[in-house]
Ligand binder design. Structure first.
Ligand SMILES: [Zn+2]
Length: 677
C-alpha cells in the first residue's frame, strides 16, 4: 500500500517519513495530479452558475493531496537528498509544470473565474475573499488569458524566447566564471591570506593536477583573496577578470542578450496592457509601481551619500597611511575595509562563540517567542522525522491549544544543500469550521558539536537562526481561511519583515542576557562585547547602502522605461551609475552582462526589495524599542496585523494597521548610523 496515496493517519497528521519508500513518490505524484484534475473538472463542469464558493474557494482547496506530497518531496530534495530522489525530481518536474500550465490555459476555468471577478462588487465578500479572488483572477490574466488568440501566440513566443535567452545568459556567466584561473606558484604572492584559504587554493590546484595555488572567480575563492591578499597587482588582475565576465570579445558575451531580454520583457508587458516590465512586476508587490521604488531609492541615496563619501575618504586616508595608495580602486575596497575593521573593533568569532552554545540560542529564541506571543515550545519524540538530527516540537499557546508542529534541522551533512531556510510541510487553513494547524520547519548548516565541544555558533549563525525562526513564526502563527494566503504567502517585498525584524533582538542586552551565557563558566556576555557587535554591524554601512542603491537603480533603469533606444550596454550602465559611483570605472568591466539576479533569476524590478525590507524591519523594531522590546502590546499588534494575516490583505494596509503609519526610512538610517540619533 502506498502510504502517500491515503490519509496519513499519523499523530497530528504529520508526514510519515519513516514509512515512505522512494518508489512511492512517482505513483503518488501521478495519483495526486489525477485527483487534482478531477477536482478542477468538477469545478468547470458544474452546471450551476459560478460563485465565489463553487469556483474560487473550490480552486484554492483543490490539489491538497498533491501539495502535501510535493512539499514532503521537495523539502527532502533540499534537506536530505540522494541520487534516487534527484532522479525522481527530474521525472516529476515536467509533470508538475504541465499540470500547472494546463490550469493557467484552461479556458473554461478562466471563464468561471472571470465571471465571479466581474461581479465581485455585488458579492459581499470578506477582505480575505476579495484578495483571493483578485489573486486567482490575476494568475490567469497576467499570463494572457484575456488576450485574443493571435496575441496569446505572441506571448507564448516571447516567453519561449525569454526562457532561452535567460538560460544562455546564465550559461555564459558560468562559462566565463569557469574559464578564468589564476595560478600562483610563488608562495609570497599569497601573503595575507588566512591558512584555510591557502589550503583551499592548494587543494584546488592539486585537483587539476597543477603545482601551486589556484584562485578562481567562485566566491569561496574570490572573496578571501580580494579581502586578504597583500599583492595589489594580483587583486587588480582578479577584480578586472571578475568584472569582465560575459563582456569580452568571445562567444560568451552577454551584451546582446541583455538588450534582447530588456526589450522582450517590455514588449511582453505592453502586450498585457502594462506600461513597462516594472509596472507589470510591481503590481504584485508592496511598492506597487516604479515611481514609488525610484523615489524610495533616491531618498535613501540622498541620505546615505554623505556618509558613504565620508567613509570612502577615511578609507582612502587609511590606505594612504598604510601603503601610500594615492587613488583607491575597487580592488582595494574589501582589503582595506577589512584591515580598518580589524583595527577599529578587534572582534573575532572565536571570542564570541563560547557565549552562543546552540542549545542556549534555541532556548533563547523560544523564550523570546514566549514573552512576545505566549508561545510554548515542547520537544516531542512521538512523531516521525526524516533524519535523527532533526528536532521536533509541539507549539502551544497560553491556553494549551496546539498552534503548530515545528521541525528544526541544524547540522550540515551530505545530501543537504548549503544555506539556511524556512519551509512548510503543511500550511494552515480553516475548512469546515476547523482551523487546521501548520507544520513548519527550519533548516540550517551550523557548526556541529565535537566529542569535546558543544555546537558553538558564530554571531552570524546566531542572527541566521533568528532570521529563519522569524520566518517560522510567520508560518506558526498563521490564521487565515485559505491555504494560498496563509503564513509566508505574501508579496515578495514584504516576506522578509518577520525574519529580519527578529534579528534585532540579537543586538539587545535584555535579550542577550536571556541566552548568551558562556558554555563553561555560565557568565553572561560582557557589555563591551555587545557594544562592539553593534558598532561593527554598521561598519561602512554608508558605502554598502550606496552599493545596494546603485544596483537597485541599475535594475530599474533596465525595466521601468522603454528600452528600445538603448544600444550600448556599458554606456547605459555608466549613466545609471552616475549618482552613486565612488570608485573609478574600469573600462574593461560591465556589471549588467553578469547581473544574474535580474537577467537570469527572479529579481528583475525587485532588487530594491533588499533595502525596502530593511526599512520595514528597522521601522517596525523602532516601535518595539519605544515600548520595550518585550512589550506585549506591540507584539500583539504585530501578531494580529502581520504574522497571523499572511497575504489576506494589501501589505501596506496591514503594516499601517500595526504601526499606525507608513514605514519611514529614518529608523534604518539611524540604526545604520547614517543620520544622527
Ligand atoms: Zn529570509
Amino acid at each position: 500500500m502506498n502510504i502517500l496515496n491515503k490519509s496519513f493517519n499519523t499523530k497530528y497528521n504529520t508526514a510519515p517519513f519513516s514509512k515512505i519508500n522512494n518508489e512511492d513518490y512517482l505513483p503518488a505524484f501521478k495519483k495526486g495530479i489525477e485527483v487534482a484534475r478531477t477536482e478542477i473538472n468538477n469545478i468547470t463542469s458544474n452546471p450551476e452558475a459560478s460563485t465565489f464558493i463553487n469556483t474560487i474557494e473550490a480552486l484554492d482547496f483543490s490539489g491538497e493531496q498533491l501539495d502535501r506530497i510535493s512539499s514532503i518531496f521537495f523539502n527532502l530534495n533540499s534537506a536530505e537528498t540522494n541520487d534516487d530522489i534527484q532522479k525522481i525530481a527530474q521525472e516529476v518536474s515536467p509533470l508538475l509544470s504541465e499540470f500547472s500550465n494546463d490550469i493557467t490555459l484552461n479556458e473554461d476555468l478562466f471563464k468561471r473565474v472571470k465571471s465571479v471577478y466581474e461581479k465581485k462588487d455585488s458579492l459581499n465578500l470578506t477582505t480575505e475573499q476579495q484578495t483571493l479572488l483578485d489573486k486567482k483572477y490575476k494568475s490567469f490574466s497576467r499570463n494572457g488569458a484575456n488576450l485574443p488568440e493571435n496575441k496569446k501566440q505572441n506571448l507564448r513566443e516571447i516567453d519561449k524566447q525569454l526562457s532561452k535567452l535567460k538560460l544562455t545568459f546564465g550559461e555564459n556567466v558560468l562559462a566565463e566564471t569557469n574559464n578564468f584561473e589564476l595560478l600562483i606558484t610563488n608562495e609570497d604572492d599569497l601573503s595575507g591570506l588566512p591558512d584555510g584559504a591557502k589550503e583551499a587554493a592548494s587543494q584546488l590546484a592539486e585537483s587539476k593536477a597543477l603545482k601551486g595555488w589556484l584562485i578562481t572567480l567562485d566566491y569561496p575563492s574570490y572573496i578571501p583573496f580580494m579581502t586578504y591578499a597583500d599583492n595589489r597587482e594580483l587583486r587588480k588582475q582578479l577584480a578586472i577578470a571578475f568584472g569582465a565576465k560575459a563582456f569580452q570579445n568571445n562567444d560568451h558575451n552577454n551584451q546582446n542578450n541583455v538588450l534582447q531580454i530588456a526589450k522582450l520583457r517590455h514588449n511582453r508587458a505592453n502586450l498585457l496592457g502594462y506600461k513597462t516590465h516594472a509596472h507589470f512586476v510591481l503590481e504584485e508587490r508592496m511598492a506597487k509601481n516604479p515611481e514609488t521604488v525610484e523615489t524610495f531609492l533616491n531618498e535613501l541615496l540622498e541620505k546615505a551619500k554623505p556618509a558613504a563619501e565620508r567613509e570612502f575618504q577615511d578609507l582612502e586616508k587609511f590606505a594612504k597611511t598604510l601603503d601610500n595608495i594615492d587613488q583607491l580602486q575597487k580592488w582595494d575596497s574589501a582589503y582595506y575595509s577589512e584591515k580598518l575593521k580589524q583595527e577599529l573593533f578587534d572582534l573575532d568569532d572565536e571570542k564570541l562563540k563560547p557565549y552562543f552554545k546552540l542549545e542556549n540560542v534555541i532556548e533563547g529564541a523560544f523564550t523570546i517567542a514566549e514573552k512576545l506571543y505566549g508561545l510554548h515550545f515542547e520537544e516531542i519524540s512521538d512523531i516521525d522525522k526524516y533524519h535523527e538530527d532533526v528536532l521536533t516540537y509541539k507549539v502551544t499557546n497560553e491556553t494549551g491549544d496546539l498552534v503548530s508542529i515545528f521541525y528544526a534541522d541544524f547540522f550540515p551533512r551530505p545530501g543537504k544543500r548549503n544555506g539556511a531556510w524556512m519551509t512548510v510541510y503543511k500550511p494552515q487553513y480553516i475548512k469546515g469550521g476547523k482551523n487546521d494547524r501548520p507544520h513548519i520547519s527550519i533548516v540550517c548548516n551550523f557548526t556541529k558539536p565535537t566529542k569535546t565541544k558543544p555546537s558553538l555558533l558564530t554571531f552570524n549563525e546566531v542572527t541566521t537562526l533568528f532570521h529563519e525562526f522569524g520566518h517560522a513564526l510567520h508560518g506558526i502563527l498563521a490564521n487565515t481561511t485559505y491555504p494560498s494566503l496563509s503564513g509566508t504567502s505574501v508579496f515578495w517585498d514584504f516576506v522578509e519583515l518577520p525574519s529580519q525584524v527578529l534579528e534585532n533582538w540579537c543586538y539587545e542586552k535584555e535579550a542577550l542576557e536571556l541566552f548568551a551565557t558562556h558554555y563553561e563558566s555560565g557568565d553572561v556576555i560582557p557589555m563591551d562585547l555587545i557594544k562592539k557587535i553593534k558598532a561593527s554591524s554598521t561598519f561602512h554601512e554608508g558605502m554598502q547602502t550606496l552599493r545596494q542603491i546603485s544596483l537597485g537603480l541599475l535594475d530599474m533603469s533596465w525595466h521601468s522605461k522603454d528600452p528600445s533606444n538603448i544600444e550600448n550596454v556599458k554606456a547605459h550602465e555608466l549613466e545609471a551609475f552616475e549618482n552613486t559611483k565612488l570608485y573609478p570605472d574600469a573600462s574593461e568591466n560591465c556589471l549588467s552582462t553578469s547581473f544574474s539576479h535580474i537577467f537570469q533569476g527572479g529579481y528583475s524590478s525587485g532588487y530594491y526589495s533588499y533595502k525596502w525590507a530593511e526599512v520595514l524591519d528597522a521601522d517596525a523594531f523602532e516601535f518595539f524599542k519605544e515600548q520595550g522590546i518585550f512589550s506585549r502590546e506591540v507584539a500583539s499588534k504585530f501578531k494580529d496585523n502581520i504574522l497571523s494575516q499572511g497575504g489576506t490583505e494589501d501589505p501596506m494596509i496591514l503594516y499601517k494597521r500595526f504601526r499606525g503609519a507608513a514605514p519611514r526610512p529614518e529608523a534604518l538610517l539611524k540604526r545604520a548610523g547614517l543620520i544622527g540619533k
